[in-house]
Design a binder for this molecule. Sequence first.
Ligand SMILES: Cc1cc2nc3c(=O)[nH]c(=O)nc-3n(C[C@H](O)[C@H](O)[C@H](O)COP(=O)(O)OP(=O)(O)OC[C@H]3O[C@@H](n4cnc5c(N)ncnc54)[C@H](O)[C@@H]3O)c2cc1C
Length: 463
Amino acid sequence: MIGAGSAGLGAAYELTQRDPSLEVHVYDAASHAGGKIRTLREDGFVIELGPDGFITIKHDVLKFVERIGLTDQLIQTNESGRQALVVSKGKLVPIPMGFQLLGPAQMWSFLKSPLLSPLGKLRVMCEPLIRGRDDEADESLASFIRRRFGGELLEKLVQPLAGGIYTADPEYLSMRCTFPRFVEMERRHGSVVRGLKKGLKAQRAAGGSGQASGARYGLFVSFKDGMDTLPKRLVELIGEHRMRLGHRVTALSPTDDGRWRLQDDRGNDETYDAVVGACAAPALGGLLEDASEDVGSRLKAVPHTSSAVATLCYEKSQFEREPDSFGFVVPMAEGRPLIAASFTSVKYAGRAPEGKLLIRVFLGSAIDASALGGDDAGLIGSAHGQLVELLGVRGEPVLSRVDRYTNAMPQYHVGHMERIAELREAMGGLPPIELAGCGYDGVGIPDTLAAGVRAAGRVLGAP
Ligand SMILES: Cc1cc2nc3c(=O)[nH]c(=O)nc-3n(C[C@H](O)[C@H](O)[C@H](O)COP(=O)(O)OP(=O)(O)OC[C@H]3O[C@@H](n4cnc5c(N)ncnc54)[C@H](O)[C@@H]3O)c2cc1C
């Protein structure tokens, strides 16, 4: 395994569960397991440096959590504050109830919202009348939304909501890879609004309120003691003796007998029957370019962008009005240096001591890399300045830090799925090697865990 993020750990867990006698080693350049999952405990705060939770509806992730014995460690988002906001003309405005990432499931609350102009709302209302596409070719998120709902919805709501998740430019983001559910709604129901309404009906019939707005926060969970509960548990189950943390893989070459020779920066030189590449695609590309220039360059061509998270902690008394939502997203058109802010301690219990508030501000994206220039103090100043303007916070943060993710966010551009299929085909001539990780089949914890589990199955010869 190259990489001990959620994909690499998922793969190693599955392999060792299915066949405990296998000699499995997990290499990671970092000294911790978990990759982007990192939790810091400081002054009574539980600070997530990467992901702070995960969606429950993908890939049976809750079953996986159960399998590894962590169900009793899960926490739901708090009941109060299940509301997201969006910056509009310099002010924070609630995202209309029932708005689900790309479209409104409840037209009435959407029409009451001040976010769109009357003309923009009229255009959205016309969506059920717009004919669906005949061809099945992939298209960009921007093209899909302009076609179905008009440009104003894209600019004011969809770009910031989708941008917050994928740190991506909607003009390039592949609809088929990132929002296949909405493509399917158009195909099946002829309309996204009709599809969303049907979904809402079904959800209500099943007992859910369907009232959460924006990202469906009711569907997100985290772990009581922080997200690193997950990698810690996986390492326990995989076995410490199989972990090679702080070992950067430096070379990977095919042997004459169809295996892999792997070397690392600590002087290890080993031969393996199969490899799971669970590090970033360009890093794997660098390791494979000698074995196959074609495969190496295809891997390196998966685009990645950078972002940073500024974590700021305040006394609640520093706020004119204490934040009572889960956070806000920021349209690019507002011209601000941040993409979104998450009020982490409002969202999940146990993240901040009594009387204090923990906020994470997300900076940079495919759209605006300039926000990441300058040193950490500058980024903290910029993030704090935004909170002063938007939330009226007084004084300085009691605790602050910056975590940078340089070229770490894969971008699923239009045609990504086809390119990954071609890449896998090109890898056919190499000794057994499987791709897992966020650069290929989905970002986020459920997708990467599932990618790891699938890769392990393929290593063992399962379909
Ligand atoms: C700030 C931020 C917030 C996020 N929030 C969420 C969220 O709330 N919910 C959610 O589901 N997802 C979230 N994500 C996305 C999620 O964190 C990632 O999609 C997921 O963690 C990726 O896992 P991975 O195993 O593919 O890669 P990674 O976690 O990046 O692991 C790859 C590993 O490969 C190692 N590596 C690289 N090169 C080598 C080498 N040569 N030798 C050995 N090791 C190497 C690296 O050190 C790294 O540990 C967030 C991401 C970021 C950056």
